[in-house]
Write a protein that binds this ligand. Sequence first.
Ligand code: KG4
Ligand code: ZN
Length: 341
Amino acid sequence: MNVLGIDTSCDDTAVAVVADGRHILSSVVMSQLRLHAEHGGVVPEVASRRHLEEIRPAITRALDGAGVGLDGITLVAATVGPGLAGSLMVGYNLGRALALGRGLPFLPVNHLEGHIYSAWLQTPQTPEAPQLPTLVLIVSGGHTELVLMRDHGRYRRLGGTLDDAAGEAFDKVGRLLGLGYPGGPAVQRAAADLPTGTDAVTLPRAWLRGGHDFSFSGLKTAVLHLVEGLGPRPEPERIQAIAAGFQQSVADVLATKTAAAAREFGVRGVVLCGGVAANQAVREALRSALPPTMPLHVPPISLCTDNAAMIAAAGYFRRGEAVSGSASGDIQPGLTLLVED
Ligand code: KG4
Ligand code: ZN
């Protein structure tokens, strides 16, 4: 069963074809990164205009890449939210119109559920699908959520960030340190450049003991104070030491609290997904915080950041709820993860 997935929730125009929820036949991501980099962040109007230009070529490329025509598609799945309204509208409405025109079933997909299902996509690095129940840590630019997934489509939100999302904290700290946008990869590079033998700066960790929530605003403020004390021409090593200290603090808190929840709920594995799951320090910290026998599922980097293969995978697992293109409702920019448990 081939699902055509579409995601235009933020600044990437993404279209993919996935067979049986796990096998990627094609995955096209037209990145707008360079377009927004000069503004230091995503400009919504610029993003939606570019989606309009890119979406049709992206669909053609995805179908060609998969070696199927629209005749070979069984279901169309598109992101309904959360995301930027003007961006969501482009992919969602085109997906809906395509389904309607071809008489195909249509499935509105929650972008966060999409991130979760990125762990089901089969790749050489991730041959096995997660076993349920599994604990999921979604860490992206807009979200930091710890979710217990007992079954397909059954989620219980255990906790999340009380202020900044992890990716947002990386982006803000990247900006504070003058490392550019997006901050996540830039902070990771700066931290990796810290010469061996030089210590990272020790920064605070918000444990919020007894719960499953996170907070990164205190850490960000601590970085701000350090930056204010730096003077006009700081040594690159000093910047690298702050970047490394920040990254260690985020990785430590995410890993320790996720491992504690995995023990508490007796899950069969842990999924780490979303853009920040691309971070090597976060991956390594979580691996070492978990018992060696506990499976950790982390998609390859290209599937951690926004893509449409994950939307097609989520669509496959929810295929029983597909509707006709005309009965599918409108976009939901403020959507949260459905709590059904
Ligand atoms: O999932 P995603 O592509 O988009 C959202 O749905 O938000 O996540 C983007 C976020 C950005 O904040 C970016 O800085 C962060 O993921 N990110 C990283 C890394 N690569 C991307 N954060 C830390 N380390 C990375 N290597
Ligand atoms: Zn995302």
